[in-house]
Design a binder for this molecule. Structure first.
Ligand SMILES: [Zn+2]
Length: 213
């Protein structure tokens, strides 16, 4: 894995500087793959693209902004004397992934990115299970989760095999095990490795996200 420089951006609303890490190369060796298709790889760290300014709360995509600068933080820079970057950068807030409330806000701002943002929301809920916590905080939370799952079922492309797996997973999450199995059973042979795992979880009537690999 090769870590790249930290990239500096400027909040489009208040002008505050924000930094985000970058990666030159990585790999998915020993990655954890979950039933909702989320992959967590220690050798492929992820940096947020959709984020918010911690000073003014504005939400934006870093990829929509112009990079102000790039620098190597001291701990990455072998010869600190060659580090000619602006000393201000070290104090800039690091970009963070949005929480569910902020993702809800983003949904209203970026209608053209609905599928991507709703998938982030789905994964963010499942992250609670991945961390050993309850899926829902309260009823309002559960209602929003359910509405999000149902909308994703409409948005995912039924002709795309990878998205079919996510459709099957959504059905399982919603407790519609027959619908889940119908899709899983119809997947091509390349997906045989996950079929038995989905069948087993359906037979146990497990609705929660589980680790595939
Ligand atoms: Zn700001």
């Amino acid at each position: 894995m090769q870590i790249g420089p930290n990239l500096i951006y400027k909040c489009p609303k208040c002008g505050e500087f924000i930094q985000n890490g970058s990666l030159i190369s990585g790999n998915t060796l020993h990655a954890q793959i979950y039933s909702d298709a989320k992959q967590i790889a220690g050798m492929l760290p992820e940096y947020p693209n959709l984020t918010k300014c911690q000073k003014c709360n504005e939400i934006f995509w870093l990829s929509d902004l112009k990079k102000v600068d790039a620098y190597f933080p001291v701990f990455l820079f072998k010869d600190a004397s060659k580090n000619k970057s602006n000393p201000e950068w070290a104090n800039a807030d690091y970009a963070d992934f949005l929480d569910i409330n902020d993702l809800h806000r983003a949904l209203e701002m970026f209608l053209d990115k609905e599928t991507v943002i709703r998938r982030m929301i789905w994964w963010k809920f499942n992250d609670r299970v991945r961390k050993g916590k309850d899926l829902f905080i309260d009823e309002t939370d559960e209602h929003f989760w359910q509405q999000n799952c149902n909308r994703l079922l409409e948005l995912f492309d039924k002709n795309d095999t990878e998205q079919q797996v996510m459709i099957a997973e959504l059905y399982r999450n919603l407790g519609q095990f027959d619908n889940c199995l119908e899709i899983i059973n119809g997947l091509p042979d390349d997906f045989n490795w996950l079929k038995d795992k989905f069948r087993e979880e359906c037979s146990k009537q497990n609705k929660l996200v589980f680790r595939l690999e």
